[in-house]
Design a protein around this ligand. Sequence first.
Ligand code: 3BY
Ligand code: FES
Ligand code: FE
Length: 408
Amino acid sequence: MLKQRIAGLLNERRSGFSMPQAFYVDEEIFQADLEAVFASDWLFACSVAEIKRPGDYVTMEIGRDSVVILRDRDGEVKAYFNTCRHRGSRICLHESGRANRLVCPYHQWVYELDGRLINARQMPADFDKSGYSLVPVHVEVICGMVYVSVAENPPSFARFRDTVTPYIAPHQPDRTKVAFSSTIIEEANWKLVIENNRECYHCAGNHPALLVTLVEFALPDHPAANATFKNLMDTSTARWDRLGLPHKPADGGIEFRCIRLPFNEDCVSFTRDGAPACNKLLADFTEPDLGSVRMFRVPNNWNHFLADHIIHFRVLPLGPNRTAVKTTWLVHEDAVEGVDYDIKRLTEVWTETNDEDRILAEHNHQGIQSRAYRPGPFAPSEFMLKNFAEWYYGKMSDYVHGPAHRIA
Ligand code: 3BY
Ligand code: FES
Ligand code: FE
C-alpha cells in the first residue's frame, strides 16, 4: 500500500519544482525514507579526530538503529550495531566516550573492541561465545571523514573517494583535533534541511554574518556573477594553480559536489571580519587564504575545508518534522586554545548561520503543512535542489520497484 502511494507521488512530481507535500510531512513516507535512503546508503558519521585513541567511540542514531563507531586496538576505525547479542540492550549509552571494552549495562556481557564477545557471566561452560560477536556495520574513511552504512551491500564508494581526495588531502585532516562541536534540533523534515543547504538564494536575506566572507555564487561561471567575482575567481585560481591545489568543480553527478571557491576580497576564513580563526594553519600551509573546499555528499553531510580549519556538518532524521544537525570544527592538532584560536571567534559565524538556517527550515516546514502548499519552481541558482530531488526520487523509486528496474 505504502509503496503504491509512493509510486503515485513519484508520478505526480514535476522536474524543477519542489517536492509533493507528503514527501516533506508524512509519517509513513518518513519511515520509507529511513529504509530507502538512510538504511541503503553511506552516511557521514564523524571525523577521525573524534576517535583518536583506541577505545574512543561515538554513537549515532540512524532511525531505529544505533551504531557505535570506534577506534580499535590496531588503530582501525570499526563500527557495530549498538545492540547486545544477549537480549538486545543498547550497549553504549552516550554520544561519545572511551572504553577499554564494551560492556552491556544490562547483564554485563563484555565485547572486545574488535566486536568479539569475550565474557558472558553465568552462561554455561559449553556456551560458544564465538557465535555472538557484535553485528558489524560497513565503514569507509575518506580524508579523515568516517562514513558508515547499515546496508547489507552498500553502493560503491570508489568514485567519491577518488574524486574528492585530491581536493581535501592537502588540508591533512589526519593532523587535526576537535576544537568544538554542537548539535541543534530543527523542527523540520531532513530534506528541507538539506535543500536549505544546497542554495544560497536565501543567503542575502538571511545570513548577514556569513556573507561578510562567503561568496554567494556556487559556480565559477555563475550566470548572475558580477565582474568583482570574476576577478576574484581569476586571481584565486591562479594562486591555487601555483600551489598545486585543485579547484575546478568536480564531476560528482547528483551524489556529491566538490569545488574550491574563494572568500570575499580580503577575507580568508569564516570569522566576523574575515581574518583567520586559527593562527596555526592546517597541514604545513603558509598561505592563509586558500578559499574553501566545499564538499557535500547526499544524504546527510556537507563540509568546508579552509587553510585554518575544517567544518563538518552531519544531518540525522529524528522524525518527519525533526532533524538533528551536528557541526564539528577542527583545527591543527598542535593549535593551542587561547593562544592560536578562540572558540567563540572560530565558531560564532556558523553558529549564527546554523540558527538562521534552522528558522528558515522550520518556517518552510510549517508552510508546507498547509493545504495551500503546491510544489513551486526552482530558481536557476537552485540547480542543486533539482539534483537532490532527482537523487531522492531515484532512491524512492528503487525502494518501490527494486533496484533492478533501473537497469532495463
Ligand atoms: O556554504 C554552504 O555550506 C552553503 C552554500 C550555500 C548555502 N550554504 C551556506
Ligand atoms: Fe546485554 Fe543482557 S542484554 S547483557
Ligand atoms: Fe543558509
